[in-house]
Write a protein that binds this ligand. Structure first.
Ligand code: 5GP
Ligand code: MG
Ligand code: MG
Length: 180
């Protein structure tokens, strides 16, 4: 598995330090509130677990699974809900937890959906931000790391469902996905 990686962009240690820092920021952000933390499956799973461990406030967790139509490495903008929330969001303070924002189309869709469902507030925390890929008008409130316009894997992020269990963020060797 490690053999398929061309370069490690963000180490396990850097991720761990950042998660602690973000969790502490969230503690301050939601002090005295009872937020609903929404993990976007499957990529946000390790990140969600690591930041909320340091978020010292009462909170609820729920999950949403969305898929964007089309099988390539980029999302098409049309979003399909694969698993919806079990929790009612009306009047709640929502924290969406994402692995990466690329085009921003997935999050644009989710934020609009939660506003339509009358959330009190909607914030976004993302592990990675790839600003060069952005086409939708969306910004995260908290960002772990900015990454260049490359396809990254590890720590939740997959290529064809593999590599989510890598402890770091890396770039695949081009031969792994048949690139040049
Ligand atoms: P967006 O809607 O912002 O374009 O991205 C939606 C989803 O596409 C992300 O949550 C993520 O699952 C996937 N994605 C975007 N860029 C990358 C990347 O560099 N690597 C991986 N593994 N997935 C990505
Ligand atoms: Mg995601
Ligand atoms: Mg994926």
């Amino acid at each position: 598995m490690h053999n398929d990686i061309k370069e490690v962009l963000i180490s396990q240690e850097e991720i761990a330090n950042k998660c602690k820092e973000l969790g502490e920021q969230l503690t301050r952000e939601y002090d005295g509130k009872f937020p609903l933390a929404i993990g976007v499956l499957k990529g946000a799973m390790p990140f969600m677990s690591d930041i909320l461990r340091y978020t010292e406030t009462y909170l609820e967790m729920d999950f949403m699974d969305v898929s964007s139509y089309g099988k390539g490495m980029r999302s098409s903008g049309e979003v399909k809900i694969v698993k919806d929330l079990d929790t009612k969001v009306e009047g709640r303070d929502l924290l969406i937890i994402e692995d990466i924002i690329d085009s921003g189309l997935t999050l644009r869709y989710l934020v609009d959906l939660f506003k339509y469902r009358k959330a009190n507030s909607v914030k976004i925390v993302t592990l990675l931000d790839k600003p060069a890929g952005r086409t939708a008008d969306i910004k995260a409130d908290l960002i772990g790391f900015e990454v260049p316009n490359e396809f990254v894997v590890g720590y939740g992020l997959d290529y064809q469902e593999k590599y989510r269990n890598l402890p770091y963020i890396g770039v695949l060797k081009p031969e792994v996905y048949g690139g040049e």
